[in-house]
Design a protein around this ligand. Structure first.
Ligand SMILES: [Zn+2]
Length: 260
């Protein structure tokens, strides 16, 4: 699933290419998403002049001059491309003469969805060790589930949460409240660092539905990944194992030597 760095990478490409241009038409794929764009979103986009592409957490936002914003969510498997064919085009808009296409094999993406309540992003000034401490210290849920809860912290998904926990030497299945203050401080810094690295690297291209930017370019974050999708820990070389209990529907990778 595209996480904050991947959505930010998409945003930057679109921002540089299309600000000030007009959305001349939009069209839905057949079939479109499970939840098709509402008429209001289509009306807002059609004929609108693009003021900016913005982002909040994993949401991409198209701001139109004088007519509000339309929120996009890439869902589980969404991709946005300039031109580009696939059997999974669910939505497209023409900006100037170019077709910007939203492909989504699993169809959980959204166009025109409400922006939900989201916590601060790890790079925001209000995301401090104190903030994370207050989230974790009374909760018994696994720390990984807590840092992936977008209402608490916006932007981390499976890849970056797995990496941040590894960098902080904390196992993903531990109860939030079991973390000591020093561990929380390390984890807060790791969340921030790992996402910044991901943005700088243009995202991670390593999943089954490999991420590419709108111009078809892969990211470079996968080269720095220490644990996600690996059989051996990138730090100590030991075997990576999965949590016995699933967290958010799947086993979660960690290194038993590096993480406590
Ligand atoms: Zn290790």
């Amino acid at each position: 699933m595209p996480e904050l760095p991947e959505v930010e990478t998409v945003r930057r490409v679109l921002q540089e290419r299309y600000v000030g241009q007009t959305v001349t038409a939009v069209a839905l794929g057949k079939p479109t998403f499970y939840r098709p764009p509402p008429l209001a979103a289509i009306k807002t986009l059609t004929g609108g002049v693009i003021a900016a592409f913005k982002r909040r957490g994993k949401y991409l936002i198209v701001a139109l001059e004088g007519r509000g914003e339309v929120v996009f969510h890439l869902g589980m498997s969404g991709r946005i491309t300039v031109g580009g064919e696939s059997p999974h085009v669910r939505f497209q808009m023409w900006i100037g003469t170019e077709a910007v296409r939203f492909h989504d094999s699993r169809r959980f993406g959204r166009v025109g969805c409400p922006l939900p309540d989201l916590g601060p992003e790890p790079m925001d000034p209000e995301f401090t060790a104190d903030y994370l401490w207050n989230i974790l210290r009374k909760r018994t849920a696994p720390v990984k589930a807590l840092i992936m809860d977008q209402k608490l912290i916006a932007g981390l998904g499976n890849i970056y949460a797995t990496e941040a926990l590894h960098a902080a030497n904390v196992r993903p299945g531990r109860a939030g409240k079991s973390l000591r203050r020093a561990e929380v401080e390390k984890l807060a810094a790791a969340c921030r660092d790992i996402l910044s690295l991901g943005v700088k690297a243009g995202g991670a291209t390593l999943d089954d539905e490999a991420f590419l930017d709108p111009l078809g370019r892969p990211g470079r974050m996968q080269m720095g990944v220490q644990i996600y999708g690996r059989t051996e820990c990138g730090t100590c070389g030991g075997a990576v194992i999965g949590t016995r209990k699933s967290i958010g529907g799947r086993a979660s990778a960690y290194c038993p030597s590096c993480q406590r």
